[in-house]
Write a protein that binds this ligand. Structure first.
Ligand SMILES: Nc1nc2c(c(=O)[nH]1)N[C@H]1C(S)=C(S)[C@@H](COP(=O)(O)O)O[C@H]1N2
Ligand SMILES: [Mo]
Length: 386
C-alpha cells in the first residue's frame, strides 16, 4: 500500500467516527495530501525503529489527518499486558469510606446520565524523536462524581484509589529488605480532584466500545492529565484516608527537577499529574516551492494563546490553529506554510504559548530535569529538502 492510500484510509475512518459526512468537512489543517504534495522526510528519525512490544503501539505522527485518532491507530501502552474482562460478569466496585458500597454492572453505568468529552493525551514518557505516545479521542461515560455521590462519600475520605483488573508481581523494597508481592495496577486522585466533576468513567471512545487496548470495558479519564492517570480495565474505586503509595503512584511516575529557590538549588520530586505545555511538528510536506509544517499541541486545558514555527535561523512565525480541535481538552492541531527553502538539511521547530503567558521551554531550559518523564521541550526537527 502506498503512503497516500494509507492516509486516505485513515481519513475516512476519522470522518466516520466523528459522525461527519464529506459535505460538512471542516477545513482540516491536516488534510489528505493534495495532488503533487509530497512528504519532506525527517532525517533525525532512527533508521531502524525497533518494533514495539506486542501490547504497545505508537502513533506515526506523520499520518495524523483528522482531529480524532481512529481506535486502531490510537497509541497504547501499559505495564502488565491486557487482562481479559468478561463484560457480563463485570462489576465496578466502590469500597472503603463510603456510606453504601457499590457493585455496578455495565448496564447500571450505561443507564446513568452520560457525558462526552474530546480529550487528547500523551504518556508522560512521550518524547523525541518519535513523539508517538499520544492520541486524541472522543470519550463517552458517566461522570465519576455521579458514581461517588451514589455511594455517599464519608467526610474522612481524602484519597480515591483506582484499581485496574491487571496485575503483576512487584518487588517492593523496604530499607534493606525486598518483598515480592502480586498486586493490581493502581493510581489515586485527591478528594478535590475526584469530586471535581471532570473525571469520567468512560465505556466508549469515538462512539464505539473501548477496545481491549483502551481498557475494555471501563476506564477512568482524567481530562488534562498525563496518560498514566487514565486507569484502564477499571475494576474498583477505593475511598481511604491515607495516601496511596503504590509503585505506579509513588515511585515510577515522579519527576525529579532542580529548581532555583532564593538563589539555592532545591531538588523537587513531584508526582506526574497534569500535562505540561507542549507542541511538536508532526509532518512537513511540500507542493512545488510551498512547504507546510503541521503539528500537535498538548496541555492541561488552559486556552492556547499562540503557536509559532521557526525555520533554521529565521524569526518565529505565527502558525494557524485548526478550528476543528478547539475543544478545551482536545489536542490542538496547527499548520504553518512558507516558501523559499533551498535543497539540503534544515531545522523546523514549534513553540506554543498559553493564555497565562507560559511559553514551551527549550531543551536547555529543562536541563535540571533529571528523569525523562514530562519532556515538553521544543523539538527541532531535521528535514531533508530534495
Ligand atoms: N490498568 C492500567 N491502566 C493504565 C496503565 C496500566 O498499566 N494499567 N498504563 C497507563 C499509562 S502509563 C498510559 S500512558 C495510558 C495509555 O493509555 P492508552 O493505551 O489508551 O493509550 O494508560 C494508563 N492506564
Ligand atoms: Mo504512560
Amino acid at each position: 500500500m502506498t503512503m497516500q492510500s494509507t492516509r486516505r484510509g485513515i481519513l475516512k475512518g476519522g470522518l466516520a467516527i466523528a459522525g461527519l459526512s464529506a459535505f460538512d468537512l471542516p477545513e482540516w489543517v491536516l488534510p489528505v495530501m493534495a495532488q503533487g504534495e509530497t512528504v519532506v522526510p525527517f532525517t533525525d528519525l532512527p533508521a531502524n525503529t525497533p518494533a514495539p512490544a506486542a501490547d504497545r503501539r505508537l502513533l506515526d505522527v506523520r499520518t495524523i489527518e483528522a482531529p480524532l485518532t481512529p481506535r486502531d491507530s490510537f497509541f497504547t501502552t501499559q505495564h502488565y499486558g491486557h487482562p481479559d474482562v468478561d463484560p457480563t460478569a463485570f462489576r465496578l466496585k466502590v469500597s472503603g469510606l463510603v456510606n453504601k458500597p457499590l457493585a455496578l454492572s455495565l448496564d447500571d453505568l450505561k443507564k446513568m446520565k452520560s457525558t462526552q468529552i474530546t480529550f487528547g493525551f500523551e504518556c508522560s514518557g512521550n518524547r523525541r524523536p518519535l513523539q508517538g505516545l499520544c492520541s486524541n479521542g472522543h470519550w463517552t461515560g458517566v461522570p465519576l462524581k455521579t458514581v461517588l455521590d451514589q455511594a455517599g462519600i464519608k467526610g474522612d475520605a481524602k484519597e480515591f484509589v483506582f484499581f485496574g483488573a491487571d496485575r503483576g508481581d512487584e518487588e517492593v523494597e523496604f530499607r534493606t529488605q525486598k518483598f515480592t508481592v502480586n498486586q493490581q495496577f493502581g493510581r489515586s486522585l485527591s478528594r478535590e480532584k475526584a469530586l471535581s466533576g471532570e473525571p469520567i468513567l468512560a465505556y466508549s471512545m469515538n462512539n464505539e466500545p473501548l477496545t481491549k487496548h483502551q481498557g475494555f470495558p471501563l476506564r477512568l479519564i482524567v481530562p488534562g492529565w498525563y496518560g498514566v492517570a487514565n486507569v484502564k480495565w477499571l475494576s474498583e474505586i477505593h475511598a481511604q484516608e491515607d495516601q496511596y503509595l503504590g509503585k505506579y503512584q509513588a515511585r515510577w511516575y515522579r519527576t525529579l527537577r532542580g529548581e532555583m529557590i532564593d538563589g539555592e538549588m532545591k531538588w523537587v520530586e513531584a508526582a506526574v499529574t497534569s500535562m505540561q505545555l507542549k507542541s511538536f511538528v508532526a509532518r512537513v510536506s511540500r507542493a512545488g516551492d510551498k512547504f507546510t509544517a503541521r503539528g500537535v499541541i498538548l496541555n492541561d486545558g488552559t486556552p492556547i494563546k499562540s503557536v509559532e514555527v521557526k525555520v533554521d535561523d529565521g524569526a518565529w512565525q505565527q502558525a494557524t490553529l485548526d478550528k476543528a480541535t478547539s475543544d478545551k481538552f482536545s489536542w490542538k492541531l496547527f499548520s504553518y506554510s512558507w516558501t523559499g527553502t533551498a535543497p539540503g538539511e534544515h531545522i523546523v521547530v514549534s513553540r506554543v504559548t498559553d493564555a497565562n503567558g507560559l511559553v514551551q521551554p527549550t531543551e536547555k531550559d529543562l536541563e535540571n530535569k533529571k528523569t525523562f518523564l514530562e519532556d515538553n521541550s521544543q523539538h527541532p526537527r531535521k528535514i531533508m529538502v530534495a
